[in-house]
Write a protein that binds this ligand. Structure first.
Ligand SMILES: [Zn+2]
Length: 394
């Protein structure tokens, strides 16, 4: 039995030693979105200090499981949905509300969390036994084409911005939308320069390959992928192709490998494609009520295949063998996916993944790099660039 094998494993003790010295830093967690979706941001209604795996509709994140998973720092995603091209002032309001959720959560559970804004903050908070809370904006629609908004979001604590989510914005193309700018527009390049100047990391998860090229070429600091895996293993547009991996290595950036099932396993991805096909077929044929009833039946008859922890480790192996150990991090996407891979079900499971890497011959030094040292290096380089070029409004 998989779980018991690993629990009895001496490898976990060695992982524990790594996480004591180096904070395990995850690039992307959507629990703020769960607060909005489930309880309209009324934080008292979803008690993170309790075991939320017992809910009828369980979350993948709560404090007992974060502690069990030995997490040292988390970039909480202040995701707000975008349904069509562009960005609006409504998105600006919503993103501020989600930033407020992170601050409320951090102060409600101040025994566990503390806000962090720099690499030094993360290391200090981790050494004091708490989990560092950072803010990542998912999608450039949140700035509604305004560098002024971008600057104030930095001031509110945002330390990375994913340039797009699932739709393109008026200055950058998304991987999952029509190409309108062949990457970044001229204004998009200004956004990159302003992010460099402020010290906000440029996140290329969700953007098109042309945007990846343009952003890496325009940025004077290392870039990140906060939650993406290897395209060579699963050719999903959300993953990172090998030629981009090489550019990320030159740029000294980091790819934070995600656990999102359809990016981890080709079989799971194809399942999603077939599900959408079935939905389109039904919607064209019968009433929408009838269609969703039939689709439910289809899903019962065809359960989604789940990838495994081993497949996530394969993505890490691929990036290591392509560009080396220095450009890999972890970006689980917990509470942004309906179920995690088998063995990586929730935030309590990170140590098992690292134990698997030890079994595959990774050293403790390698583990420390993947867990936190690589992203800390990127943060420090981004902070350095900002200090060096700071000659405008704060
Ligand atoms: Zn995402």
């Amino acid at each position: 039995m998989f779980y018991q094998d690993l629990a009895a494993d001496e490898f976990l003790n060695r992982v524990e030693e790594v996480f004591k010295e180096t904070p395990l830093i995850d690039g992307h967690n959507d629990i703020p979105w769960q607060f909005r979706r489930r309880v309209n941001n009324d934080l008292g209604q979803l008690d993170l200090s309790s075991d939320l795996s017992l809910l009828k509709n369980p979350t993948q994140t709560d404090i007992p499981r974060l502690r069990h998973g030995r997490l040292g720092a988390q970039f909480w995603s202040v995701y707000v949905p975008i349904t069509e091209y562009g960005g609006t002032s409504e998105h600006v309001q919503q993103v501020i509300e989600q930033i407020d959720v992170v601050y409320q959560m951090t102060s409600m559970y101040s025994d566990t969390f503390e806000m962090a804004y720099t690499a030094d903050d993360i290391e200090r908070i981790h050494s004091e036994g708490k989990i560092a809370s950072l803010i990542g904006i998912e999608g450039g629609h949140a700035i509604n084409d305004s560098l002024a908004v971008l600057r104030r979001l930095y001031q509110l604590g945002a330390r990375y911005m994913t340039l797009t989510h699932s739709k393109s914005v008026r200055w950058a193309d998304s991987a999952t939308d029509m190409a309108r700018h062949d990457g970044l527009s001229q204004f998009g390049e200004r956004v990159i320069r302003e992010m460099n100047r402020l010290g906000m990391m440029i996140d290329l998860s969700h953007v098109s390959v042309a945007t990846m090229y343009d952003a890496i070429a325009s940025s004077e600091a290392p870039v990140i992928f906060s939650h993406s895996s290897a395209y060579q293993l699963v050719p999903h547009v959300r993953n990172v192709p090998d030629d981009i991996l090489n550019l990320v290595a030159e740029n000294k950036g980091v790819v934070m490998v995600t656990f999102f099932p359809s990016y981890v396993s080709e079989e799971t991805w194809m399942y999603g494609v077939n599900l959408e096909r079935e939905r389109a077929r039904l919607v064209a044929k019968v009433s929408s009520v009838e269609a969703s009833r039939k689709l439910e039946r289809w899903r019962k008859e065809n359960p989604a295949p789940r990838p495994t922890l081993y497949q996530v480790a394969d993505h890490i192996d691929h990036i290591r063998s392509t560009v080396g150990i220095d450009y890999i991090g972890i970006g689980g996407d917990y509470d942004g996916m309906s179920a995690g891979p088998i063995g990586l079900d929730d935030v309590s499971t990170y140590p098992k993944l690292f134990a698997e890497l030890l079994k595959r011959g990774y050293s403790k030094e390698d583990l420390a790099k993947i867990a936190g040292q690589n992203i800390l290096r990127v943060m420090r380089a981004v902070e350095y660039k900002a200090r060096e070029s700071n000659n405008g409004p704060p």
